[in-house]
Design a binder for this molecule. Structure first.
Ligand code: AHR
Length: 498
């Protein structure tokens, strides 16, 4: 089968906001305790953080981490996590029915994130709490000094403000499972008033307001419109969440789920713009896809976990090769929509539906999905080039026309490098793949890698089997590239250009 993309230096979708490669750490399962923090582990630093985990997070090059939840934040008192550790309360976490020791709190996480080279997207509790808690937390984090909360921060050891720029107004407030779940009207009003108060404290911050927990929510659409009707002028981003799975074991349909993500994004953009014109506003609301991933492998085992434990192994999905291919397609989809998706967070980062797994007192290892994320996050920088794609298509249960080829190209002016990411969704056939380029002269192949040839259910649990290998041979000319993409493969081609 033949396939191609045509790109031009002058046809740019958008600059890429580095926050597109964000991730997420929630106080749940073994994400914090036994994940990033394990003071007795041989690789722990003096603060108790695992250096082996930090080093893999640096490999992923994650610029932003959403914290501390997730569902957890809707019952969380941030004040429980400050001050002397031995005086901090142990609390029931009602979201996951576990016990939170508060050993790791705000200061520890801020210090850790610095070591991980990441900024924090801080979520406030709009479930059980509200405006007052949000403005106090912001004053504590970002105000220079000379007030009750900022001086308390100094007393607790942080002389300089944390300077947190990105803030989330609660989490999944449309979900009946959420502690303090609200109607769109109730949340829209609360988000509006909280946003106003927070921007009075610090007008440099950017705020994310909650959209729908998935596009399958019965309130999808009306939720966004009502919330934006109230909060539009006071917020900067609207959130989207989505998790995919293959419980029916239908590979063709599973790999097509990125089309659902694309439809979801475009639908939400349309809603933002509809409210913009209704209000006659000059302001553009962009999107924060702040939870996305595959999540279904651990559903059954989670039912067996007894409540009220500290850091039980919750949501420990073990990812396989087909999941890595889908993650590649989802990353390409985020890039295709980079003109409006400015923030995205792979949910989550360590142990909980995560690319990085730890064994207690033992090793750290990379899941299959680690690789495509790591490559796009490291090499997909600069601008996204608009591809004109040609590919045969196939039909599935949910989609009439699924292209065998999923591909995008980015260009990093600083490195003078063009990078092409491509997935061949075909189970059996190679794709003859050509890249036709206008406006650049291609010089040489910097690197070409692929992930292919594995059983689709292969995982890295026993041994890191699913990995990257050298890409297929490439015929390079000044304005075109020709290669073959193996059946079911993830491919990255880096080319130096002038
Ligand atoms: O990421 C796991 C959970 O998924 C989060 O806590 C919640 O926001 C979503 O439902």
């Amino acid at each position: 089968m033949k396939s191609s993309i045509a790109i031009s230096k002058n046809k740019i979708i958008s600059e890429i906001d580095p926050r597109l490669y964000g991730s997420f750490i929630e106080h749940m399962g073994r994400a914090v305790y036994e994940g990033i923090y394990e003071p007795k582990h041989p690789s722990a630093n003096e603060k108790g953080f695992r250096k082996d985990v930090l080093s893999l997070i640096k490999e992923l090059n994650v610029p932003l981490i959403r914290y501390p939840g997730g569902n957890f934040v809707s019952g969380y008192n941030w004040e429980d996590g400050i001050g002397p550790v031995e005086e901090r309360p142990r609390r029931l976490d009602l979201a996951w029915r576990t016990i939170e020791t508060n050993e790791v709190g705000l200061h520890e996480f801020m210090e850790w994130s610095k070591e991980a080279n990441a900024e924090v997207n801080m979520a406030v509790n709009l479930g059980t709490r509200g405006i007052d808690e949000a403005r106090n937390l912001l004053e504590y984090c970002n105000f220079e000094g000379g007030t009750y909360w900022s001086d308390l921060r100094k007393k607790n050891g942080a002389e300089k403000p944390f300077g947190i720029k990105t803030w989330s107004l609660g989490n999944e407030m449309d979900g009946p499972w959420q502690i303090g779940h609200k109607t769109a009207y109730e949340y829209g009003r609360l988000a509006e008033e909280t946003a106003k108060a927070m921007k009075l404290v610090d007008d440099n911050i950017e705020l994310v307001v909650c959209g729908s927990s998935t596009s399958k929510m019965p309130t999808f659409g009306s939720w966004e419109m009502t919330v934006l009707e109230h909060a539009y002028e006071h917020v900067d981003y609207l959130s989207l969440h989505c998790y995919y799975g293959n419980p029916e074991n239908d590979l063709e349909n599973y790999l097509a789920q990125s089309l659902d993500m694309d439809r979801f994004i475009k639908g939400v953009v349309a809603m933002c713009d509809a409210i913009k014109s209704k209000k006659g506003s000059d302001k553009k609301i962009n999107l924060s896809f702040d939870e996305w991933n595959v999540w279904y492998h651990s559903n059954e085992q989670d039912k067996e976990i007894k409540p009220w434990q500290v850091a039980p192994p919750l949501l420990e999905d073990i990812y396989n090769f087909e999941d890595a291919l889908l993650i590649g397609c989802l990353l390409i989809t985020l890039l295709k929509n980079a003109d409006r998706v400015k923030i995205a967070c792979l949910a989550q980062l360590v142990n909980v539906i995560a690319p990085i797994m730890t064994n207690k007192e033992g090793d750290v290892w990379k899941q299959t999905i680690f690789y495509p994320f790591m490559q796009v996050s490291n090499f997909g920088r600069g601008v996204v080039l608009e591809p004109e794609t040609k590919s045969d298509t196939y039909a599935t249960k949910d989609f009439d026309e699924v292209p065998f080829l999923e591909s995008i190209a980015t260009y990093d002016e600083y490195k003078k490098e063009m990078v092409v990411f491509a997935v061949n969704r075909s189970k059996n056939e190679h794709l003859d793949f050509s890249i036709n380029v206008e406006g650049f002269e291609m010089e040489e192949i910097v690197e070409t890698t692929q992930m292919s040839g594995y059983d689709i259910k292969e995982t890295n649990q026993e041994k890191e089997k699913v990995n990257l290998s050298k890409g297929n041979s490439i015929e390079l000319q000044t304005n075109s590239v020709k290669t073959k993409l193996k059946p079911l493969s993830w491919n990255v081609i880096r080319i130096s250009v002038k």
